[in-house]
Design a protein around this ligand. Structure first.
Ligand code: NAD
Ligand code: AHE
Ligand code: ZN
Length: 375
C-alpha cells in the first residue's frame, strides 16, 4: 500500500449535529514529514462532541473527528526518521517538534510548528487535506482524525510506544487521562497535604482525582450535579462529594465554609464559564490556584472580581495536562504497563466504528466515561 491511495472506512461529520456517516474514504499517501497510521482503536472525548455540536470556532465541515486513539504506522513520507512502518503509535493533537520557540522555551508543552495548519483542518506541506470522498476533500481535525481506519498525521504529532502495550487500552493516553493527571502534576503541581476541589467527575475530573491522590492530597472534594457520579469517584480518590443543587448558598461559599477559607487547588473539568468562576472563588486567599481544563463554547467568556486575584488567588489553564506529547506519552504508557496509573477503569463501553453514533449517545448519558471503538 506504500505510496498508494488507501480506500478505507471512516466516520464523516458532514454538518453539526447530523449523524456521522460511515463512508469509503480515500486517504492519500503521506508527504514529506508525514506519517500514515492504521488506527486500531479510538475513544470518544467530549471535545469531539463539542466540535460536532458546531460550538467550536475552529470546527470545519465536512471533517473526520477523533483524537484519542492508538494504531500502527503503515507508511512514512520523505524525511521521516523517528518512526517507521510497523511502529505502534499514539497520535498526539498537541505536537512536539522540539525546535520551535514554544518547544525550546521549557515553559510550555504547546508546540507552534504545525498548529496553524491543524487549526484549519489541513496538512502543513501543501495546506491541503489527505482525505476525500468521491473527489470532495474532507477536513482533518486536531491534526489527528482518528475516526478512520487510516489517517495521515505530521511526524511531530506521533508518539512511538512500547509494542507490548494493549492498543485497546492505551488509546486513552491520547487525551483525557493524561489531561487530568498532568493538570495536577504539571500545571498545578499539587503538594502532599493539599485540599483539592474537582468540578465535574467525568474522565478528566476522575483523572484529576487519581493524580491528586498520587500527589498525596488530603481532601479531594468532587463536585457534580449528578449524584450517580460519586460512588465510582471514590475508587479514583475522591474523598467527599458535593452536589451544588442540594445547597442554597453558591457552591464557592459552600466549599469555603467546608475548608476553613478555601481549597489549595481547584480544577474545572466541565467547560462551563460560571463554574470556572466558582472554581476560582472557592480557592483560599493568598495562594489558592484554580486550573481551567474544560473547553467552553465559542463566544463564552470568564469573569470574576479582580480583587480575587489581587488577594492572591491564581488562575491557570492546561492543554493536554502540560505533558510534552512525543517525549512523555511513551512514559505514560510505561507507567500503565507498570500498574502505576489506571486506564481500564475509565473504559465503560466498547463498540465498533460502525456504531459511532450510538457511542456519542452513550457519551451524553450519565454512566459512560470512555467508550472505545474497534476501528
Ligand atoms: P464529561 O462530560 O464526561 O464530564 C463532565 C462532568 O461534569 C459530568 O460528570 C457532568 O455530570 C458534570 N457537570 C456538568 N455540568 C455541571 C455543573 N454545572 N456542575 C457540576 N458538574 C457538572 O467530560 P470529560 O470528557 O471528562 O471532559 C471534561 C471537559 O474537559 C470537556 O469540556 C472537555 O472538552 C475538556 N477537555 C479538555 C482538555 C484539555 O486539554 N484542556 C482535554 C480533554 C478534555
Ligand atoms: N478549537 C477549540 C480549542 C479547544 C481546546 O482548547 N482544545 C484543547 C484540547 S481539548 C482535548 O479534548 C487544547 O489542547 N487546546 C490547545 C490548542 O492548541 O488547541 C476552540 O475553542 O477554539
Ligand atoms: Zn479530548
Amino acid at each position: 500500500t506504500q505510496g498508494k491511495v488507501i480506500t478505507c472506512k471512516a466516520a464523516v461529520a458532514y454538518e453539526p449535529n447530523k449523524p456521522l456517516v460511515i463512508e469509503d474514504v480515500e486517504v492519500a499517501p503521506p508527504q514529506a514529514g508525514e506519517v500514515r497510521v492504521q488506527i486500531l482503536f479510538t475513544a470518544l472525548c467530549h471535545t469531539d462532541a463539542y466540535t460536532w455540536s458546531g460550538k467550536d470556532p475552529e470546527g470545519l465541515f465536512p471533517c473526520i473527528l477523533g483524537h484519542e486513539a492508538a494504531g500502527i504506522v503503515e507508511s512514512v513520507g520523505e524525511g521521516v526518521t523517528e518512526v517507521q512502518p510497523g511502529d505502534h503509535v499514539i497520535p498526539c493533537y498537541q505536537a512536539e517538534c522540539k525546535e520551535c520557540k514554544f518547544c525550546k522555551s521549557g515553559k510550555t508543552n504547546l508546540c507552534g510548528k504545525i498548529r496553524g495548519a491543524t487549526g484549519v483542518g489541513v496538512m502543513m506541506n501543501d495546506k491541503k487535506s489527505r482525505f476525500s470522498v468521491r473527489g470532495t476533500p474532507i477536513y482533518h481535525f486536531m491534526g489527528t482524525s482518528t475516526f478512520s481506519q487510516y489517517t495521515v498525521v505530521h511526524d511531530v504529532s506521533v508518539a512511538k510506544i512500547d509494542p507490548k502495550a494493549p492498543l485497546e487500552k492505551v488509546c486513552l493516553l491520547g487525551c483525557g487521562v493524561p489531561t487530568g493527571l498532568g493538570a495536577v502534576w504539571n500545571t498545578a503541581k499539587v503538594e502532599a497535604g493539599s485540599n483539592v476541589a474537582i468540578f465535574g467527575l467525568g474522565t478528566v475530573g476522575l483523572a484529576v482525582a487519581e493524580g491528586a491522590k498520587a500527589a498525596g492530597a488530603s481532601r479531594i472534594i468532587g463536585i457534580d450535579i449528578d449524584n450517580r457520579k460519586f460512588e465510582r469517584a471514590k475508587d479514583f480518590g475522591v474523598t467527599e462529594f458535593v452536589n451544588p443543587k442540594e445547597h442554597e448558598k453558591p457552591i464557592q461559599q459552600v466549599l469555603v465554609d467546608m475548608t476553613d477559607g478555601g481549597v489549595d487547588y481547584s480544577f474545572e473539568c466541565i467547560g462551563n464559564v460560571s463554574i470556572m468562576r466558582a472554581a476560582l472563588e472557592c480557592c483560599h486567599k493568598g495562594w489558592g490556584t484554580s486550573v481551567i481544563v474544560g473547553v467552553a463554547a465559542s463566544g463564552q467568556e470568564i469573569a470574576t472580581r479582580p480583587f480575587q486575584l489581587v488577594t492572591g488567588r491564581v488562575w491557570k489553564g492546561t492543554a493536554f495536562g502540560g505533558f510534552k506529547s512525543r517525549s512523555q506519552v511513551p512514559q505514560l504508557v510505561d507507567k500503565y504497563m507498570n500498574k502505576e496509573i489506571k486506564i481500564d477503569e475509565y473504559i465503560t463501553h466498547n463498540l465498533t466504528l460502525e456504531e459511532i453514533n450510538k457511542a456519542f449517545e452513550l457519551l451524553h448519558g450519565g454512566d459512560c466515561l470512555r467508550c472505545v471503538l474497534k476501528v
